[in-house]
Design a protein around this ligand. Sequence first.
Ligand SMILES: NC(=O)c1ccc[n+]([C@@H]2O[C@H](COP(=O)([O-])OP(=O)(O)OC[C@H]3O[C@@H](n4cnc5c(N)ncnc54)[C@H](OP(=O)(O)O)[C@@H]3O)[C@@H](O)[C@H]2O)c1
Length: 337
Amino acid sequence: MTEPITRRQLIGRTALLPALAIPACGGDEPVARPPGVPVGSFGADSTAEQVTASLDLSGQTAVVTGANSGLGYETMRVLALRGAHVIGTARTAAKAAAACSSVAGNTTPAVLELSDLASVAACVAGIRQSGAAIDMLICNAGIMALPELQQVNGIERQFFVNHLGHFAFATGLIEQVRAAGSGRIVMLSSSGHQWAPEAGIEFDNLSGERDYDPNRMYGQSKLANGLFAFELARRLAGTGVTANAVHPGVIMTNLGRHFSEWKQVLARLIGWTFMKSVEAGAATQCYVATSPALAGVSGYYFADCNPLLPSAQMQDAALAAKLWAVSEELTGEPVSI
Ligand SMILES: NC(=O)c1ccc[n+]([C@@H]2O[C@H](COP(=O)([O-])OP(=O)(O)OC[C@H]3O[C@@H](n4cnc5c(N)ncnc54)[C@H](OP(=O)(O)O)[C@@H]3O)[C@@H](O)[C@H]2O)c1
């Protein structure tokens, strides 16, 4: 099924997004949707409040990583507004507490530093100890386009933080998600997954030392987020738990903090022509985490609150399986899912 591109996509693709090296949604082709996945009435301009307006999430628990900033903060705010108990993670206790206390509703702060596997393990242990079943696990935290190569445990930092940290976190919490019966895992990917290297994941260059490019390495990490979601979906088929990946749109948040000065100025000047508000940027992840229309829908990629076909690389089952095996090795423990 194909649809014409929107004015925002047209503007973005023709000039502005490439100038900023910001990924547009989809390629230059008309939107291609996977068959069999419900297409709803929400779209690029829908907000997180709108897509959850009819829902009462009382009695449900959500975990949102990176809840102190940008899309994660808005996601926590809106899920709590709808009655969910939200465990909001941030890199420090002070950031988590400040974010949680500034939104209305039932929230619990938690510390999660994704570049530190001991911090990931401690956060997982704390959530397990609380005994909470997790209805929504939203792996949202991320970093983008570090100008120079940085490493964590010898691994390029974007791959470590965006993918490996979340791999350890989500697999560590899988029993809590299963306990919810029909828990949903939502991985924040990006249309920037199309910037990934030709190999998809450069398993022979995970250190980034052979050849480092800020956007390509971001693309690789966001491709990994999508492949992880799809491999989770495959492994969890029949359990009631679903896993999907989302592209939130292009939104002015702190994510662009590593962009050069001129790109940041350009984004502030012209961003209004193609960027979403934070309220709309958080909509797709909130929609995929909560919409009754998506009950049981697993293993898909969503943008603008609707399913979209990702790149062929993100649909590569062999690549997803290899990424899983390598991620198990790098995070230290085999995962039985
Ligand atoms: N904004 C966009 O246009 C866009 C487009 C496509 C995809 N995305 C994805 O959307 C997600 C949210 O991004 P955003 O735009 O909301 O960015 P943001 O405002 O920069 O928020 C990112 C969050 O991740 C946290 N984080 C960064 N490094 C971390 C680490 N090592 N351990 C734990 N948490 C860490 C940040 O904490 P601190 O505040 O302490 O640094 C912050 O809470 C990301 O996964 C991003 O890739 C965004």
